[in-house]
Design a protein around this ligand. Sequence first.
Ligand code: WT7
Length: 634
Amino acid sequence: MSDKIQTLSGYIYEYQKSVQDPEGFWARIADSFYWRKRWDKVLDWDFEKPEIKWFLNAQLNITENLLERHLFTLGDKPAIVWEPNDPNEPGVTLTYKQLHQKVCQFANVLLAQGIKKGDRVIIYMPMVPEAAIAMLACARVGAVHSVVFAGFSASALADRIVDCQAKMVLTADGNFRGKKTIPVKEVVDEALKKADTIHKVIVLQRTGTTVTMQEGRDLWWHDTIENMSFDHSAESMDAEDMLFILYTSGSTGKPKGVVHTCAGYMVYSQYSFQNVFQYTTDDVYWCTADIGWITGHSYIVYGPLLAGATTLMFEGVPTFPDAGRFWAIVDKYKVNQFYTAPTAIRALQAYGNAPLEPYGLDSLKVIGSVGEPINEEAWHWYHDHVGKGKCPIVDTWWQTETGGILISPLAGITPTKPSYATLPLPGVQLVIVDNDGRELMGNSVEGNLCVKFPWPSMLRTTYGDHERCRSTYFSVYEGMYFTGDGVKRDEDGYYRILGRVDDVINVSGHRMGTAEVENAINEHPKVVESAVVGYPHDIKGQGIHAFVICDMEGRSEASLVTEIKETVTKIIGPIAKPDKIQIVPGLPKTRSGKIMRRILRKVAEGDTTNLGDTSTLLNPEVVEVIKKDAIDLI
Ligand code: WT7
């Protein structure tokens, strides 16, 4: 493919072109796509408002670009290869032709069930091919999908349904996860008690779990597709029509619905996929993420399929039936590009090298990392034992909001450095600013990571609340998109991500707002106040430490701790469950009543000798008690 960079000097040349003439650069990349109508202008932007438009007035459908565009040349090539949770259950392979049929068929189902262009559809499904089919069928009819990770609780699901006023939920009877079966439909039923915009629920039969089907509302997936035609002509979409909403956590309470639009997302997800992973025609590519996260959207579904790749989807977990499962799958399908998260790498590393021994892993050419900083030890283990010293590691930095990878080595082209995401992709103009917003020029600097020029797959708004988008991302530093991450640019100009500089913590690669977890904790009737901070965790990257003031009357500490954990699981989901809960008599506060998180972070890190100045506190005595009690938790 002509847009694929082949050499380091090629990268430098393309990067320079993308900065000197961004519109010409992206127009050239966009030329290889199928447009129903070409754009009038490549880019219009204003970071103050913010208003960002790419490929103005173009008409397209993203599914025509990942299905019809490939049918003639790649029709019989596997598009999706699916490996079930149970290694003894047969997998499924869908060729591009078959995927096209299934997407068209389900697009017809959506229309028959009253879905129209612009309607929001929630996808709350296990990792099965139908989940990808559901996303693509939505895109095909112009409905806006919002995938909700199937590990989120009923209450979190309800919040998302209400926020985007969705009309339909696509789900399954259950979800196989290792030895467990999770009753997904039951969660949907619970959520729908609190969300009344849903007209229809379509339920895929996966686990055979008994479910209650509500007359007039709930339909079986297999019934809806019966006799449904494979012919469907894709809806024509404006370049800036919404493609999907994906909720993500920020430093303030409620998750926000990050909005991505059709054309820019399409162009960038394919371009970044091809270049970062250096995919070639017959490769088998595997990303272990869940489609509930942006990684699953851009690098399981859209990017690879747009590029005509074979993308593997795995339903299960890395440790079932044993800690060699990932490697068994790599050998079984001869996976060439493997993309996972540091938390999975560290968890598997903890099992030692024995689970790797039965497997050759000879097919691997590129191994990738995403979601959180990868520490040097994990980087080396991944490099030496999974990549056998011969596979470049692509440490890819990006966010739900960026839609695609912004900083990463191009596999085999960019020289790597352990724990460095290395260099920006073409089109990505990074800046590092100090806390006053002054740009730090040159190398060997450290500060806040911003982007000063638009790239095609950047977020356009946060659903239903544009002001929130402006104030979160575009007003912290004037005229720039602020990522929320701290970063270092070293003496070679290489970027190393240092982690979040806001009140967001990253637990196993999942983004968690401390305020969101606090709100959930505060739902417990005995909780008076709480403060949540992250602390370094060997496997998860960061763990959650909650300091909680409780009304202890008639209650034991142990039972309160258990109940608070249950409350968080119920309100958000198991991923937000605090690792440590410390019942405290008070929280360190400034005279103006603000919680001094800096002190709590230090305590949670176990660094109690170096708390800095506590003399300005309203209640310095509380720090002594918290310090002492924290030691018991370690
Ligand atoms: C945050 C975004 C983008 C896919 C998954 C997470 C952190 C992401 C890296 C990396 C260091 C990373 C950042 C970022 N992050 N990738 N390679 N090195 N940190 O998406 O949930 O939107 O989270 O994840 O802190 O801001 P997300």
